[in-house]
Write a protein that binds this ligand. Structure first.
Ligand SMILES: [Zn+2]
Length: 162
């Protein structure tokens, strides 16, 4: 039995379909979650298990959809990765104002950036951290073939820039 934190009355708990707005996306419904409602003051509590897994599942569904990402979805994915707007801009190689416009809907995200963001999310958290400092130089540097020395150490290939 749950007690209402607002008024102290007993709450009734039952399974409901719950519209989940916490990630800023419209149209997300959690089916059959436990919702406790206070008949006295209208307060309610929702029990959401395994939130990290939930958010990962939502993110995967977003990057699997066929239509272009919406501004709200771009913002959700960016936050899901854990990036600030400035970090997002730096990783995408875009201006800070550009990513703001993607997220507020005043400028559509291009197809290449859309796919890049999806790939970044798809490869998290398995991918190691991106060498962001190095990426900042990418736009300025001329193309040059990579020179790489590779050797097997303890059964695994190890690469060293030569
Ligand atoms: Zn109450």
């Amino acid at each position: 039995m749950t007690t209402c934190l607002a008024c102290g009355s007993r709450m009734k708990t039952k399974r409901e379909n719950y519209r989940y707005a916490a990630v800023g996306l419209p149209g997300i419904t959690l089916e059959g979650v436990q919702v406790s409602r206070c008949g006295n003051c209208g307060e309610y509590e929702v029990a959401i298990p395994r939130i990290e897994d939930l958010h990962r599942t939502i993110a995967h569904a977003v990057i699997s959809k066929r239509e272009r990402l919406t501004p709200a979805e771009i913002r959700f994915l960016r936050k899901h990765i854990g990036w600030s707007g400035a970090e997002f801009a730096a990783h995408m190689g875009a201006a800070r104002e550009t990513v703001s416009r993607w997220e507020n809907g005043s400028m559509p995200m291009g197809a290449v950036a859309d796919r890049l963001l999806r790939m970044i999310v798809a490869n998290r958290p398995a991918a190691p951290a991106w060498p962001l400092e190095g990426l900042r130089q990418v736009a300025r540097a001329r193309p040059k073939p990579l020179r790489l020395g590779l050797r097997v150490a303890r059964g695994e290939w190890k690469a060293e820039a030569a």
